[in-house]
Structures are given as structure tokens and as C-alpha cells.
Design a protein around this ligand. Structure first.
Ligand code: MLC
Ligand code: AMP
Length: 517
């Protein structure tokens, strides 16, 4: 059997291919036939380029149905998709392109000048443009291609995508996901979340990360269900489309913002069957307030780029309750354990390192065999870098709630990572940019609580004697160099950083001191 993920989607297309597959915020309708033809044309174009087997197709474009079709066409043609956050700037793109050596780069026409220079410098053979208004050289070239294509045969273990995920110490690592990783997870979620062909997904997430590209899109594609496609989080569009929607997914910021909108109420959600939250911790107060306002219980789940989805609160009440503050139970086929410092499994309720196994766990980091080996235990479990417990109790203002032993609660991370509005920021990377700036001796970047983004990035900087550091100036300079969500919201200047006896910067002390924005 062909293990190509696209072949799985194809096998589930609805019988009526004239039915709507994607409706856009600007009033366009794409049928399943349109998806089939557009992906065939794009797959024919990629094939005509005679790329070597396993070639990477790196894509940094605004969200559009055509961008999704490019992803699907890359799968269909048997190549490897490499999505890139639209906020990334030249230094970041330079690293990804240099590391992944894609044969094809697709960018928006506004960025063609600098992206093509970077790509050609690293030996990329083909650079195309794709804009979110159905224009660009990619579509021009694809337009003359045939609109049928026989999906390429793939093996389970063939690469489908590489997702860059930042490293705690060095540079970003490319997590290699296979067709089997993605297909097994999509099939599991299809059943576990009760996807139906008459579902309508309000798709508002970006499509360059696991949540929007895989979890949301795959869910609808596998169910043969329709998507309403919006470019970004927009309350006006939520108010407009929610009455026609049955499923919505978001990072916690989405739910925080929905609760801030007075017109967001029970009535608006009367057609909904499922709200999913993930990518960052959902505060219990948001979970409770959402239930109070809408009568709906948000389903929180947990995953990562290296593994797609791992753990989820149940959809079906027969399987258990959705417990706020927890991320639920290991998905069918996924094993989760929590281990202590000697690698032994912890007793229920005891906090330790979260380790996982399953068909969804990635193949390794792109061209980093040593790093890959370090992230797995001797007995083959992947170390998530998250810290949590199975069972135990959730304590809130309402009192203490005992949690069943098969429910996981994430309580922190062993990796020095900030999650801001669902995007990961690695302090080390920001510190290295700041440390190169004039007048700086050293810096420490921390995450502090933020009502909208969950956590916000804050920098604490030691200046050279006699030098001035201007907060606004430093923030302005960083905005020109790194993705905007990584730029500190505040910069505090100090004479020295607090250190422990080992000489390690005490970030907990800084978080206490500079915790308020
Ligand atoms: C935008 N800004 C942010 C930010 N997003 N700052 C910190 N953190 C963020 N996440 C800043 C911009 O720099 C800008 O600053 C200002 O906010 C307005 O920008 P915007 O683009 O208009 O913001 P907005 O549209 O409101 O975006 C916020 C958001 C977005 C939360 C909707 O960040 C978002 O869609 N996040 C989703 C991320 C996601 O999909 N994560 C999934 C990862 S997968 P200035 O100063 O320039 O004005 C994963 C695995 C798993 O983790 O388990 O799912
Ligand atoms: P990424 O590397 O972008 O894939 O981010 C994965 C990380 O996001 C995980 O390792 C967790 O730290 C975090 N994460 C994802 N979902 C949740 C959740 N529901 N609660 C807490 N953290 C989460």
C-alpha cells in the first residue's frame, strides 16, 4: 500500500467532489476537485524540475489555500515540505536555508529580492513567488501543467516534512517527520476527536507550525470536511463565521481574546461541537470562564514539532472528563512516562521528566545524529524537555481536585524556553543577538506572565561601564534582525546578573524582580 500521506487524504475525499472543501474569508469557494487539480498541477511542476529524491521545498509565504495546496503537492510528488514562519527575517532564513539546502524555495513577492539572494547563495536551484492573492511565479508556471497526477509511492519511513524547532544551546534543529508519523497521528485524532464529514472547521491558525498545518488541516482533510479559511486571528471573523462552524482550534491567546469580546456568547457557539486548545498552557481561569460563558468545555491537548500530538483530553464523555489544568490522557498508540533523575518511573502525583514513545515520534534531527541520540533514552523514549506528573491533584480557588492516574499535567519545562502566544522563543538565541550589540557586557532573557500571550519576552542587560543603553533603541534594532514575536517587550539595564555558586545566572531571581511588564 502507498504510505504517502496524500494518498490517505485522497482515499477519504468525499464522493461528491464538487462539494466545498475551503471557503475563504474573502468569499472564494474551492471544491475537492479544485484541490485535486491544483495539487496535481503543482506536483507536475515539481516533478518537471527533476529534483533529486528527498529534495526539500522550503516555503515562507502568507496563508492562502494555494499555500496549503503547495504543501499537499509536495507530499503528492514525494518531496519534503519545510514551512517557515512568515515573521522570520534574513539572518533566520539564511540559517534554515543553509542548513536544509532546499532544492526549491517559495517566498512572497515582497521578499523575493533578499530571499532569492540567500537561496542562490546556498545553492538552491529554483526560487518561486507565491502571494496570498493567487498570483506569483509558482502559480504561473503550474498553470500550464496537466491537472492530473499519480501520487508518488512512498514508504512509511520516507520524510514528509522538516519542522525547525529552536535549540536550547545551539541553533535550530530540523525535526524530520515521516509519512507514517503524520498519517498515524491524523488517523488517531480523526477517531479520538470524533471528526465527521459534516464538520466545518474554522481555520484561523498559521500554517507553518504543527498546530495549524497538521492538526487542524489534516483533521478536516481526513474527514472530508469543509474548512472556513481565515488568514489570522480576527474577532470580527470569529463573530461572522462561528454560527456556521462546528470545530475550532487555537492557542490559549485565541480563547483569552474571545472572552474579551462582549458579543462572544452561548448563542454564537450553538452550532459548535469542539473547541481545541494547545501549543501552550491554558490557564484554568480561561478554561472555567469559557465554560461559564459558552457552555462549552475546551479540549486541551499536548504535543510538539518532534511528535505531533501526544496527549489529549477526551472528546467522548464515555472515555472520561475533560479536566482543566491537565492535558488529558495519552492518545491511543502513544506511551507516556514520567521519570525521575535516575530515569526511574515516578509514582502517580510525583513530578518528573515527560518521555514518550509511539508511531508519531519523529525520525531524528536533520543532519544531527548526535543531537538525536542525546534526546532519546537508552531504551528508546523521546525526552520531551517538559516536566509534568501523571495523576496527582489540581489545586484551584474551587479547591483540590484529584486527577486520575492516566491524566498528564504539564507543570513546567526543563528546557529554557519561553512560549509567547503559542510561538517558541529560546532565550539563548535572543541573548546571543543582544550580546553582540554595542555597550552590552552580557544579557539574560526571561519569560514573564502576560495576560494576552501567556508569557512575554523580557531582556535583562548588563551594560559596559560608562556606556548608555537605550531600551527603545535596542528593541528597534532587534525588530530589524529577528522575528517580531521574539523581540523583548521590555529591556531592563542592570549592573550585574544574579548568579549561583556554580556561576549560573539565576533566572528565577530575575523573574521575581522583573516579573511585571
Ligand atoms: C504577535 N506579536 C507577538 C506575538 N504575535 N508578540 C509576542 N508573541 C506572539 N505570539 C506582536 C507583534 O510582534 C506585533 O508587535 C504585535 O504583537 C501585533 O502583531 P500581530 O501580528 O498583529 O499580532 P496578532 O495577529 O494579534 O498575533 C497574535 C497571535 C499570533 C497570538 C494571534 O501570535 C498567533 O497566531 N499565534 C499562534 C502561534 C501558533 O500557531 N503556534 C502553534 C505552534 S505548534 P509590534 O511591536 O510590532 O506591534 C506547537 C506544537 C503544538 O507549538 O503543540 O501545537
Ligand atoms: P514546538 O517546539 O513549537 O512544537 O512546541 C512544543 C512545546 O509546546 C511542548 O514541548 C510544550 O512545552 C508546549 N506545549 C504544547 N502544548 C501544550 C499544552 N497544552 N500545555 C503546555 N505546554 C504545551
Amino acid at each position: 500500500m502507498n504510505a504517502n500521506l496524500f494518498a490517505l487524504f485522497e482515499s477519504r475525499f468525499p464522493a461528491d467532489r464538487t462539494a466545498c472543501c475551503i471557503e475563504t474569508h474573502d468569499g472564494l469557494y474551492y471544491s475537492w476537485d479544485d484541490l485535486d487539480r491544483a495539487t496535481a498541477k503543482l506536483a507536475n511542476l515539481l516533478t518537471a524540475l527533476k529534483l533529486p529524491a528527498g529534495s526539500r521545498v522550503a516555503v515562507q509565504v502568507e496563508k492562502s489555500p494555494e499555500a496549503l495546496f503547495l504543501y499537499l503537492a509536495t507530499l503528492r510528488a514525494g518531496y519534503v515540505y519545510l514551512p517557515l514562519n512568515t515573521a522570520y527575517q534574513e539572518a533566520e532564513i539564511d540559517y534554515f536555508v543553509g542548513n536544509a539546502e532546499p532544492a526549491v524555495v517559495v517566498c512572497s513577492s515582497n521578499n523575493f529580492g533578499w530571499v532569492s539572494k540567500v537561496a542562490f547563495r546556498h545553492g538552491t536551484a529554483h526560487v518561486f513567488t507565491l502571494d496570498d492573492n493567487r498570483t506569483g511565479s509558482l502559480l504561473q508556471r503550474a498553470a500550464v501543467q496537466p491537472d492530473t497526477f499519480e501520487t508518488v509511492e512512498c514508504a512509511d519511513d520516507d520524510l514528509a516534512a522538516i519542522l525547525y524547532t529552536s535549540g536550547t544551546t545551539g541553533r535550530s534543529k530540523g525535526a524530520m517527520l515521516t509519512h507514517r508519523n503524520l498519517a498515524s497521528n491524523a488517523q488517531t485524532l480523526n477517531e479520538y476527536w470524533g471528526w465527521r464529514s459534516d464538520d466545518v472547521l474554522l481555520h484561523m491558525l498559521p500554517i507553518f507550525h504543527v498546530h495549524g498545518l497538521f492538526v487542524a488541516s489534516h483533521g478536516a482533510l481526513l474527514a472530508g470536511a469543509k474548512m472556513i479559511w481565515a488568514p489570522k486571528l480576527d474577532m470580527g471573523q470569529i463573530l461572522k463565521y462561528l454560527p456556521r462552524t462546528t470545530v475550532m482550534m487555537g492557542v490559549p491567546t485565541y480563547y483569552v481574546r474571545m472572552l474579551q469580546e462582549p458579543r462572544f456568547d452561548k448563542e454564537l457557539c450553538s452550532n459548535m461541537r469542539l473547541f481545541v486548545s494547545g501549543s501552550a498552557p491554558l490557564l484554568l481561569e480561561t478554561f472555567d470562564a469559557f465554560r461559564e460563558r459558552t457552555g462549552h468545555t475546551i479540549l486541551e491537548r499536548y504535543g510538539m514539532s518532534e511528535t505531533v500530538m501526544l496527549v489529549s483530553n477526551p472528546y467522548d464523555p464515555a472515555l472520561g472528563e475533560r479536566i482543566g489544568g491537565t492535558v488529558g490522557r495519552p492518545l491511543p498508540g502513544v506511551s507516556v512516562r514520567v521519570t525521575g533523575s535516575e530515569g526511574k518511573s515516578c509514582e502517580p502525583g510525583v513530578i518528573g521528566n515527560v518521555e514518550v514513545k509511539g508511531p508519531n515520534v519523529f525520525k531524528g534531527y536533520w543532519r544531527m545524529p548526535e543531537k538525536t541520540a542525546e534526546e532519546f533514552t537508552a531504551d528508546g523514549w523521546f525526552k520531551t524537555g517538559d516536566v509534568g506528573r501523571l495523576g496527582g491533584a489540581i489545586v484551584s480557588q474551587a479547591g483540590e481536585r484529584i486527577v486520575p492516574d492516566n491524566y498528564l499535567t504539564i507543570v513546567g519545562r526543563s528546557k529554557d524556553l519561553i512560549i509567547s502566544g503559542g510561538y517558541n522563543v529560546y532565550p539563548k538565541e535572543i541573548e546571543s543577538f543582544i550580546d553582540e550589540m554595542p555597550g552590552v557586557v552580557e544579557s539574560a532573557v526571561i519569560g514573564v506572565p502576560h495576560v494576552d500571550f501567556g508569557e512575554a519576552v523580557v531582556a535583562v542587560v548588563v551594560r559596559k561601564p560608562g556606556m548608555e543603553i537605550d531600551e527603545a533603541g535596542m528593541i528597534g534594532t532587534l525588530k530589524g534582525r529577528i522575528a517580531n514575536f521574539k523581540v523583548p517587550k521590555r529591556v531592563h539595564v542592570v549592573d550585574e546578573l544574579p548568579r549561583n555558586t556554580m556561576g549560573k545566572v539565576q533566572k528565577n531571581v530575575l523573574r521575581q524582580q522583573f516579573g511585571a511588564l
